[in-house]
Design a protein around this ligand. Structure first.
Ligand code: NAP
Length: 317
């Protein structure tokens, strides 16, 4: 008979690792499955200054490795596999990987999200060298420097306002002349003397080899090219949750974020979600870790309340 875990955590970023720590520490039989590198977006963060206690030389990969070890020391089992299908409806959940099929009483989905790329030349080469996707993480590096923000949604305008606390100037580059962002946020940004606006324009290229030195812009109406000298470029053209596997199986928002209640419960009993994959407003390492802790604790209570279901299931199988 196949082994049935108390919980399977899908995804090894801060949310998944925190769920692993809390689940294993409360003696749940816990498996964490990750397809690539542990850490998700945090693994690409050079310096972490805003996670409580992460003062000296705290790198994203360093923090992730400590989180992973801690979860492992409490008994979380780790497997590298790519999940291709999930069956969430029954009392025993089925998680099919490329290598193996896994079974559990509960599932914690912590597959994360990824920032959409703006699509300009050298965007990837200069990522972490002046091109950033997280103002909360990197704003401090641009203190008294000039930065650009690409995008016209709530994230772009909110983050541009945040960046003015650090940067000398913030230039918002938007591909239209109307913002998608809420009017109140647009008005707040327009009233900020440190924020400049360039409308109807897209970034076509980043300049610089080792470090960002500037941007080449194209006016989408006239086709005219122009240079903008900046030290930093923050891209906020939307985030995409990694939820392809769960479409049609659990309740998602229109964008694809997983809808949970405050205890991280999804629309199907025994299925929980944590971290950036969830519909939420603040996507940070600390909120991912918090979600993971809550999801594991709720999963434990769920198993306690439903133990009789598994006894029946095991007799039948
Ligand atoms: P979003 O609402 O999808 O906006 C993305 C912005 O990027 C749009 O203005 C879009 O332009 C632009 N864009 C997309 N692709 C582009 C490209 N390749 N080059 C240049 N510009 C491009 O994404 P978001 O701002 O990250 O927000 C996501 C969700 O979170 C939204 O529902 C938002 O309301 C919510 N959110 C809310 C708050 C808040 O309430 N304070 C804060 C952050 C996020 P177009 O407008 O021309 O399509």
């Amino acid at each position: 008979m196949a082994h049935i875990y108390d919980t399977i955590i899908i995804g090894g970023g801060p949310a998944g690792l925190s769920a692993g720590l809390y689940a294993a520490r409360s003696k749940m039989d816990t498996l964490l499955i990750e397809k690539g590198k542990y850490g998700g977006q945090t693994a690409t963060t050079a310096e972490l200054e805003n996670y409580p206690g992460s003062m000296e030389e705290c790198t994203g990969p360093g923090l992730i490795e400590r989180m992973r070890k801690q979860a492992e020391e409490f008994g979380t089992e780790f497997v590298k596999d790519e999940i291709v299908e999930v069956e969430l409806e029954g009392n025993v959940k089925v998680v099919k990987g490329v290598k193996e099929t896994y079974y559990a009483k509960t599932i914690i989905i912590a597959t994360g999200a990824y920032p959409r790329l703006a699509g300009f030349e050298k965007e990837m080469e200069l990522r972490g060298r002046g091109v950033s996707y997280c103002a909360t993480c990197d704003a401090d590096f641009f203190t008294e420097l000039d930065v650009a923000v690409i995008g016209g949604g709530d994230s772009a305008l909110d983050e541009a306002i945040y960046l003015t606390k650090f940067a000398e100037s913030v230039t918002i580059i938007h591909r239209r002349d109307q913002f998608r962002a809420a009017k109140s946020i647009v008005e707040k940004a327009q009233a900020n003397p440190k924020i400049n606006f360039i409308y109807d324009s897209v970034v076509v290229e980043a300049k610089g080899d080792e470090i960002l030195e500037g941007l080449v812009l194209k006016n989408v109406k006239t086709g005219e090219l122009s240079d903008l000298t900046v030290d930093g470029c923050f891209v906020f053209v939307g985030y995409l949750p990694i939820t392809e596997l769960f479409k049609g199986k659990i309740e998602l928002t229109e964008r694809g974020d997983i809808i949970t209640d405050v205890e991280m419960r999804c629309s199907i009993p025994g299925v929980f979600a944590a971290g950036d994959v969830r519909d939420k407003s603040l996507r940070q390492v600390i909120t991912a870790a918090s979600d993971g802790a809550i999801a594991a604790t709720t999963a434990e209570k769920y198993i306690e309340a439903n133990e009789h279901l598994y006894a029946k299931e095991l007799v039948l199988s």
